[in-house]
Design a protein around this ligand. Structure first.
Ligand code: AMP
Length: 560
């Protein structure tokens, strides 16, 4: 739909930046982008009040990329982020949006990696430097001129940086940059300390904030599920097993995500389709008609594509990706609960998006309660209930119509009616897992919350570590599919308990509790079960994590 691309096109971004945005599959700018991009492009200093999930990274990355000069091979923009994880995310975002700008280089500068290559990359002309304050100050000590060419400074998650004690480092960094630079500050909250920084270091800043007027949502039951981004598809599939929906609309952020999720659902036998801005108008109408008349039960859409969609059959809205602002949340969930019916709205929240959840709760004035991922037993119960519901109405007159046939078949085959009924069930359920063991085997990636919880609570309670050396070599229990076992040299003798390991991995790894399996603390080492998917990335994230003051140094453990 060209008018949506027009949304970004109207913002006067550099054409190469615009091309990259369109290639990324964004259909329209988010609220914070609409407001912040023109301000930053015009060269103003700015204070943006926005949290993760609003699209704030692109809100500064797109105009800054549009303003730098790729021909100049020197640092021109500095983005400061509180953590290495965020610095890496921001650097990746810049790389994505700079894909069609030859000659633009981005360097992420953070602690825990060697300093030499970082400094070399900066000196070699990376135009965009994304850094954590502590490490950047280390660089300044080696080379005080390293920031002398910076024209644009962004403080991302400024409140978090202050909470982490970076105030003094920030002062050192401010001093090392030209005063003529543009300064943009993003912060979820604006406590006094942030205002003080703004007053001292920003010139006549413009304020940008997403309006959050209270919105009422009635007749819609809301719930959220905490999930790691990598596990969203698996979580959606699992939720759909137990949610009793008639029709459902799922919201994601990009065109590609509509296609990917709709395909995953179709592969599982759902009548699902994608709806995005690339889909021609007549096809779009066909999809909506199909959803209305039941040829489709699920539509996965972007906000743009779902505009004006009004299908009374929709009982569920699933926010697979977080909306950019509370207003779009309210719009999205308003797709259900139409015509006086009640509806249900589910929201998937990744650990970093917790804050956004709080904003939504504040704006809607309602608590969005938490649901846990259904465990295998609940999935099985739901499947059996569906089967019961589908067969029950047939029982009443089936004997009259097919009773004689049954007698003849049992006689011909020479089997009991029970055996024949079982065979028919097997045929009718078409290979679907209908025993607990089969359901568990089918869904290894997002392990059942109850199961994991029981195990980790047991270890939390301080399951006694085995101190006897010979037992330390005992063969570990078999691993569930989709899991990898990792080892750390920290053990009971270091004063480590399972809950310390769990806490560190949850916090620093950004995982949900369900993603972590068994934790075994032994005298001189510990073993932790983690999801195989994304393991290398997770281990990199945890590279510098310390537990009880000692380096965790988690490594994949091979039992041979
Ligand atoms: P942020 O709030 O910057 O952490 O962004 C959250 C997510 O939204 C990131 O995964 C971005 O890729 C995505 N995003 C940002 N802007 C848009 C947009 N206009 N359309 C679709 N996705 C976006």
């Amino acid at each position: 739909m060209t008018q949506e691309i027009g949304g970004f096109a109207a913002l006067n971004l550099n054409p190469n930046v615009l091309a990259a945005v369109i290639a990324t599959g964004y259909e329209e700018p988010s609220a914070i982008q609409v407001q912040a991009i023109p301000v930053i492009l015009a060269g103003h200093d700015m204070i943006g009040q926005a949290q993760t999930g609003t699209g704030k990274t692109a809100a500064f990355a797109l105009p800054i990329l549009s303003r730098i000069d790729p021909a100049k091979r020197q640092p021109q923009a500095l983005i400061l982020a509180p953590t290495r994880e965020l610095a890496l995310q921001v650097a990746t975002a810049f790389e994505t949006y700079a894909k069609q700008m030859p000659g633009v280089n981005v360097i992420a500068v953070y602690g825990g990696a060697p300093m030499g290559p970082q400094l070399k990359a900066i000196r070699n002309g990376a135009q965009i430097v994304v850094a954590t304050p502590g490490r950047l100050v280390d660089h300044l000590r080696r080379d005080e001129k390293v920031l002398s060419t910076i024209q644009h400074l962004v403080l991302d998650e400024a409140d978090e940086m202050l909470k982490l004690g970076f105030m003094d480092d920030l002062e050192v960094i401010f001093k090392a940059m030209p005063e003529s630079r543009q300064t943009v500050l993003f912060s979820a909250t604006l406590p006094h300390s942030i205002r003080a920084i703004a007053e001292k270091h920003l010139r006549d800043p413009k304020h940008v904030k997403i309006e959050t007027k209270t919105q009422t949502v009635t007749a819609i039951e809301q719930a959220h599920l905490m999930v790691h981004a990598d596990q969203k598809h698996a979580a959606v599939l699992r939720l759909l097993e137990v949610e009793e929906f008639d029709a459902l609309i799922g919201f994601v952020r990009t065109k590609q995500a509509t296609l990917d999720l709709a395909a995953a659902l179709e592969a599982k036998g759902y009548k699902a389709a994608a709806l995005n801005g690339d889909i021609a108008q007549n096809q779009r109408e066909r999809v909506i008609e199909s959803l209305k008349d039941g040829r489709l039960d699920i539509v996965i859409a972007t906000d743009v594509a779902a505009r004006g969609l009004d299908v009374p059959r929709i009982t569920h809205v699933m926010n697979v990706d977080m909306p950019y602002d509370p207003e779009s949340y309210v719009h999205r969930i308003g797709r259900t609960g139409r015509a006086g019916r009640t509806g249900r709205a589910l929201l998937l929240v990744t650990p970093r998006e917790r804050r956004m959840l709080q904003v939504i709760e504040r704006v809607t004035g309602q608590k969005v309660g938490e649901v846990k991922l259904p465990n295998a037993q609940q999935v099985l119960d739901a499947r059996i209930k569906k089967l019961t519901n589908s067969l029950a109405p047939l029982v009443a007159d089936a004997e009259a119509s097919h009773g004689e046939l049954l007698d003849r078949l049992t006689a011909d085959i020479g089997c009991s009616p029970r055996a024949l009924a079982a065979a028919l069930l097997r045929k009718a359920t078409n290979g679907q897992a209908l025993t607990l063991a089969d359901v568990e085997r089918d869904q290894p990636l997002v392990p059942s919350s109850t199961g994991t919880r029981e195990r980790s609570e047991r270890s939390d309670r301080g399951e006694r570590p085995e101190r006897d050396g010979s037992r330390e070599r005992r063969a570990p229990v078999p691993l569930a599919e989709g899991r990898a076992r990792c080892r750390t040299a920290l053990g009971a003798r270091d004063g480590i308990a399972a809950k310390n390991l769990l806490g560190a991995i949850l916090n620093e790894g950004g995982l949900v509790r369900e993603a972590i399996g068994r934790i075994q603390v032994r005298e001189s080492f510990s073993l932790v079960e983690l999801p195989e998917e994304g393991l290398e990335r997770l281990l990199t994230k945890l590279k510098d994590t310390r537990v009880g003051g000692k380096p965790l140094k988690l490594r994949r453990y091979r039992e041979d």
